[in-house]
Design a protein around this ligand. Structure first.
Ligand code: TYC
Length: 101
């Protein structure tokens, strides 16, 4: 009689939860100079001049623009640092975070 195998050969792998990603959102205002917004985007989010300009102008025209997504801690740290960079110059520049759906 052929041997029957009682134990599954593949290990059952418990589903590992991926950490939820959080968006960093750039918010438009009427006071922060465009060039300054571009400089902050390049410095804090490692964007090229071109990418940074596009994100800045999208926020300028539509009110907000998603900059990038990160784990929660990284998103919050970057949003805080970028907002502080504006505050240090007396600008009301705001970066917020929001969990991805
Ligand atoms: N609206 C600003 C201006 O006209 C520029 C600006 C763009 C500010 C995007 C903030 O998130 C922003 N000087």
């Amino acid at each position: 009689m052929p041997e029957t195998r009682a134990v599954p050969r593949t290990k059952l792998r418990p589903k590992t939860e991926r950490p939820k990603l959080h968006k960093v959102i750039l918010v438009n205002d009427d006071f922060t100079p465009r060039d300054f917004v571009v400089t902050v985007l390049k410095g804090e989010f490692h964007m090229s001049e071109d990418q940074a300009y596009r994100v800045m102008i999208t926020a300028h025209q539509r009110g907000v623009c998603v900059v990038a997504v990160f784990t929660r801690d990284v998103a919050e740290t970057k949003a805080t640092r970028a907002t502080e960079a504006g505050k240090a110059k007396g600008y009301p520049l705001q970066f917020t975070t929001e969990p991805e759906e």
